[in-house]
Design a protein around this ligand. Structure first.
Ligand SMILES: [Zn+2]
Ligand SMILES: [Zn+2]
Length: 435
């Protein structure tokens, strides 16, 4: 920009007084770096004064018509933003503001008067976001994050209000489920539509399907763990994200299954994890045991859900007729070398599309406890329905233990003993938690 052009802008802008230094500086905000708009504006004002034939009257102490005085109220807005975050734990923040259309129009008008493009320099919104933001960061000793801040403060210029939004916080961990008949997530009762009520001859009564609780099972891994985390983080609600799930009647043993608990609108983001773990395990009373708690980011949710995991299962199996040792051993060897073709099991939710999936069995070992009972341990790719690997599911799973032996077989007890990574170091929290 030519010096003369700058001088013309300075002259026109100051002639439109009262215009504050920040609003003048914003006109040429893209012309120099490392200067506040107010400093730019003051410099232009001085230049205009020096070049004037007659001294320019200093602006009266009236409010700038362009920003209606908001540039001068940065301290006030920042103080209110800080106040609205009082009592909230956060490390990163972002400030945004809603500028009324009238003020945006003022910006365009001043630019038109100065012969500039309507969007020249910097808009009021950007100036306020940055200047109020800088002060908020300085006062609270936190850093700005435009991508995924812990908190967002919104200044509503017209209403004169300040709103805050707190982004969720996350805790990673692994759980063991040491008792059967516990679903991973809460399972609403379908008899009563989770209302816990039904209508009998005498009117409304507790639903018989769920004893009036609204849930099929009175406990779930989610129900036993999430409330403690919500409490510790002083949030409003929590969501359980598991790395896959085991059947309701299967235990989850060994090193446990990774999970992330998401807490909405938390006032605390870094509760003491040892204390939290103690509270969670105390509340679950041995039915569920959590370990390896760590603070996590939102990326962990997808990472935990999508990690390709293989599973190790231990099963008790019953046969409808006696099985001899060599046939049993040979059947397991055949399964261990097989790729299983499996149609969606009959027991699975019928809303799920019926399709054929192929899954590998990596290992199958076991021992006959009696001619008609056995204990089997299998290591399979994630997503294999393992009860059907034993029963054959009326020919829908091929091959199967029952099919190879030609003797009907049923799983009577199932435990997941390990959830392992197929291609990732699944057991390494340092990997899982890496940004
Ligand atoms: Zn102004
Ligand atoms: Zn019910």
């Amino acid at each position: 920009m030519e010096a003369e052009e700058l001088l013309a802008i300075a002259r026109t802008a100051t002639a439109e007084d009262p215009v504050c230094a920040a609003c003048i500086g914003r006109l040429v905000a893209d012309r120099s770096f490392g200067l506040a708009n107010e400093a730019r504006g003051n410099a232009l004002r001085i230049v205009a004064d020096l070049a004037a034939d007659e001294p320019h009257e200093p602006p009266a102490a009236t409010e700038c018509w362009v920003c209606e005085g908001h540039s001068a109220r940065v301290d006030e807005w920042a103080a209110r933003a800080v106040e609205c975050l009082d009592g909230i734990e956060f490390a990163t923040y972002m400030v945004g503001c809603r500028v009324p259309p009238l003020l945006e129009e003022n910006d365009r008008l001043l630019r038109e008067l100065c012969g500039l493009e309507p969007d020249a320099g910097e808009p009021l919104k950007a100036e306020l976001n940055r200047e109020v933001g800088k002060l908020v960061g300085k006062t609270t000793d936190t850093i700005v994050d435009f991508d995924r801040p812990d908190v967002v403060v919104l200044l509503h210029l017209e209403r004169g209000t300040v709103e805050r939004e707190i982004n969720p916080a996350f805790v990673y961990g692994r759980y063991q489920k040491r008792e059967r008949d516990i679903p991973q997530t809460e399972w609403p009762c379908t008899d009563c539509g989770a209302t816990g009520k039904q209508f009998g001859p005498d009117g409304e009564e507790p639903c018989a399907g769920c004893d009036g609780t609204g849930y099929r099972y009175d406990r779930s891994v989610e129900g036993l763990t999430v409330p403690q985390v919500v409490e510790a983080m002083k949030g409003t609600e929590g969501v359980f994200h598991g790395a896959g799930r085991e059947d309701v009647d299967a235990r989850m043993l060994g090193t446990g299954r990774p999970f992330v608990i998401e807490v909405k609108s938390p006032s605390r983001r870094t509760p003491d994890l040892a204390t939290l773990e103690w509270h969670m395990n105390e509340a679950a009373d041995g039915a569920v045991v959590v370990s390896e708690l760590a603070y996590a980011s939102h990326e962990m949710v997808e990472r935990v859900k999508e990690l390709p995991a293989s599973k190790r299962y231990r099963m008790d199996v019953e046969f409808d007729a006696p099985v001899d040792e060599p046939a049993f051993a040979s059947a397991l060897d055949q399964l261990a070398a097989a790729t299983i073709e499996q149609r969606t099991p009959n027991r699975v939710d019928h809303r799920r599309a019926d399709r054929v999936r192929t899954r590998a069995v990596y290992e199958a070992t076991g021992s006959l406890e009696s001619p008609t009972t056995a204990t089997i341990e299998v290591h399979t790719a994630g997503g294999l329905y393992v009860k059907e690997l034993v029963s054959g599911d009326a020919g829908r799973t091929e091959p199967s233990l029952a099919g190879v032996l030609d003797i009907p077989a049923t799983v009577t007890a199932l435990d997941v003993v390990a959830v392992e990574g197929e291609t990732e170091p699944f057991d390494d929290p340092a990997y899982l938690l890496a940004e």
